[in-house]
Ligand binder design. Structure first.
Ligand SMILES: NC(=O)c1ccc[n+]([C@@H]2O[C@H](COP(=O)([O-])OP(=O)(O)OC[C@H]3O[C@@H](n4cnc5c(N)ncnc54)[C@H](O)[C@@H]3O)[C@@H](O)[C@H]2O)c1
Length: 252
């Protein structure tokens, strides 16, 4: 599962799963571009301590020009782009509730960041990935979509859209040797999860675990394992797929 020498742009890398991904990819010898609307210097510091290479880039995925600038910085620093991991999302900041009580602004923000954000980053990154003969795009969906999580319909719907985007784009980019896959993780305790479930976090994690075949909660490293495989050439004939990293909750 070699990602050694590959340049990987990871969005939402200031904390949580994205930060862990930056650490794991850099430790495996990848050149990491840690991109986020928030400061990624802590991520770069963590990577540096472990002897890896990472570049922090300011990125607002909702802004096409910002996405283009992030890709330009990545190529400027490392000379190429092999992979894009679309991990950034609005998650903890969204207020849940019954479908008819969701604020319109939250619905729009969810679609803007979680769906349009991926489209923007793909548009920016594909020319660079294409130029060097192909590569891999990994989009982070969620068990929310594959299971059908209630009381957060904006989030659930946005993560289901990620699966459709992945499938359609995989067919468009196959001829460029660019693979597009998604990962649907179950629940892992990140700051985003704590913000999302608030005082119900413990109950939510217990409930998710009870529905899994494997009886422990997901860890960020479980997700990065699937990311590494999807970026590596070991998955070179896999595209358009959604890999459930959910301990056996939903069987496709
Ligand atoms: N944590 C979980 O249990 C879980 C489960 C399934 C799927 N996911 C998905 O995994 C991904 C990471 O989750 P997490 O728990 O680490 O989330 P998190 O909230 O801890 O981190 C998300 C990151 O995205 C960044 N971000 C938000 N809006 C942005 C924008 N407009 N431009 C650039 N960056 C932006 C944030 O600053 C943050 O650093 C998300 O796509 C989330 O939906 C998480």
């Amino acid at each position: 599962m070699s990602v050694n020498g590959k340049t990987v742009l990871i969005t939402g890398a200031a904390r949580g799963i994205g930060q862990e991904a930056a650490r794991i990819f850099a430790a495996a010898g990848a050149n990491v571009v840690a991109a986020d609307i928030n400061d990624c210097s802590q991520t770069v510091e963590l990577v540096g301590k472990e002897g890896g290479k990472a570049l922090a880039v300011e990125l607002d995925v909702t802004d096409a020009a910002s996405a283009l600038a992030a890709v330009e910085q990545a190529v400027g620093e490392f000379g190429r782009l092999d992979a894009l991991i679309n991990n950034a999302a609005l998650y903890g900041a969204l207020r849940g509730g019954r479908f008819d009580a969701i604020a319109e602004a939250d619905w729009d923000a969810s679609m803007n960041v979680n769906v349009k954000g991926i489209w923007n980053c793909c548009k920016a990154a594909v020319p660079a990935i294409r130029q060097q003969g192909g590569g891999s795009i990994v989009n982070i969906s969620s068990l929310a979509a594959t299971f059908g999580m209630p009381f957060s319909l904006h989030y659930t719907t946005s993560k289901a859209a990620v699966i459709g985007l992945t499938r359609g784009l995989a067919r468009e980019l196959g001829r460029d040797n660019i693979r597009v896959n998604a990962i649907a993780p179950s629940a892992v305790l990140t700051e985003g999860t704590k913000e999302f479930f608030a005082d119900k976090t413990e109950v939510a994690l217990k409930t998710v675990k009870a529905g899994q075949a494997l009886q422990r909660n997901l860890e960020a490293v479980d997700v990065t394992g699937a990311m590494t495989w999807l970026v590596s050439d070991d998955s070179r004939f896999v595209t358009g797929q959604t890999i459930a990293v959910d301990g056996g909750t939903v069987f496709h």
